[in-house]
Design a protein around this ligand. Structure first.
Ligand code: F3S
Length: 299
């Protein structure tokens, strides 16, 4: 018989779920809301929020009078929060608590402590973390860059060195970097700040794809975590990336018995539900077809 298995970790993580609910709550309270950058990279959800009057601004100077500004999960640079405060702009901080935890780690260090940040130097989350560092801070994205920084800035000779990671940094890359620290810079205190939401979703996708005949990954084609889920699935079984339930129509799932379903970090639960509903409807139809074909033969 046919089986559809939905991954427990499909879709929004804790932080995004919290931020999105916060925006809907504010709208529900009758507040005018603008978000500092899109709250989430999902076109349907952004459109739904826009239909409820939620505006997206790139910079707080664009905040319309009387609007509540929502700071998204990545967090922002310290100067942005300072500006919101000094200008007396009403705001709600939806920075993910896991990101705030990193801010607090680096805030606690004094100006003599060197902070090494594993991550993407242009990512808003990293810019935010960097802004809370009092002393020197350096960003690296892999073991090569880390090695270069350690040698160039003579990090091994410093008294106080710590390392934190962007919440979405690769666990695999972190492992390699820890080896570099062991070899070149044993004085560094390493904080494990990678968020498990991403790796848990990845691991579950891997497990599920090994036990399925096919995988459906629901999410944006431009979302990097969604594409990673697809790649993980593809290594083990035929895997299809779809953005909405409508796209199911172009797929022939009839030859698969066990179909695993997961979804990227910015896929709203309504879309996942629609996909599951369409899939089970389609499977039912196919089964009816098969049964009637057999009956005809017998007759
Ligand atoms: Fe999500 Fe927060 Fe982790 S936004 S991915 S739970 S750091």
């Amino acid at each position: 018989s046919k089986q559809i298995i939905l991954a427990k970790t499909a879709g929004f993580c804790f932080g995004v779920d919290r931020a999105v609910n916060l925006v809907y709550e504010l709208v529900g309270e009758g507040k005018k809301v603008c978000t500092l950058g899109p709250i989430i990279h999902n076109a349907q959800l952004v459109a739904d929020l826009e239909s409820k009057g939620v505006k997206i601004i790139d910079d707080i100077s664009q905040a319309p009078q009387g609007y509540t500004v929502v700071v998204r999960t990545h967090g922002v640079e310290k100067s942005v929060l300072d500006e919101l405060e000094t200008k007396g702009i009403d705001y709600v901080n939806a920075t993910c608590p896991f990101v705030t935890k990193i801010h607090n780690i680096v805030k606690k260090q004094d100006e003599n402590t060197v902070v090494l940040i594993a991550g993407d130097k242009n990512h808003p989350e990293v810019l935010g973390i960097k802004s809370y560092c009092k002393g020197d801070s350096y960003v690296f994205k892999n073991e090569e860059e880390l090695t270069e920084i350690i040698q160039k800035h003579k990090i091994a000779q410093k008294n106080d060195v710590i390392c934190v990671a962007q919440t979405t940094f690769s666990l695999n890359e972190q492992k390699k970097c820890k080896k570099i620290f062991k070899k070149l810079c044993t004085n560094c205190k390493i904080f494990d700040t990678i968020c498990n939401a991403t790796s848990d979703r990845q691991n579950e996708a891997e497990e599920l794809s090994k036990n399925s005949d096919a995988m459906i990954v629901v999410g944006g084609r431009h979302s990097s975590n969604t594409c990673k889920l697809r790649d993980t699935g593809e290594a083990n079984c035929p895997t299809f990336l779809i953005e909405t339930a409508d796209e199911l129509a172009s797929l022939d799932l009839s030859k698969y018995n066990v179909i695993g379903v997961t979804a990227g970090a910015s896929t709203p639960s309504v879309i996942i539900k629609e996909v599951l509903k369409s899939m089970s409807e389609e499977i039912k139809e196919k089964e009816v077809e098969t049964t009637s074909a057999v009956t005809e033969e017998v007759v």
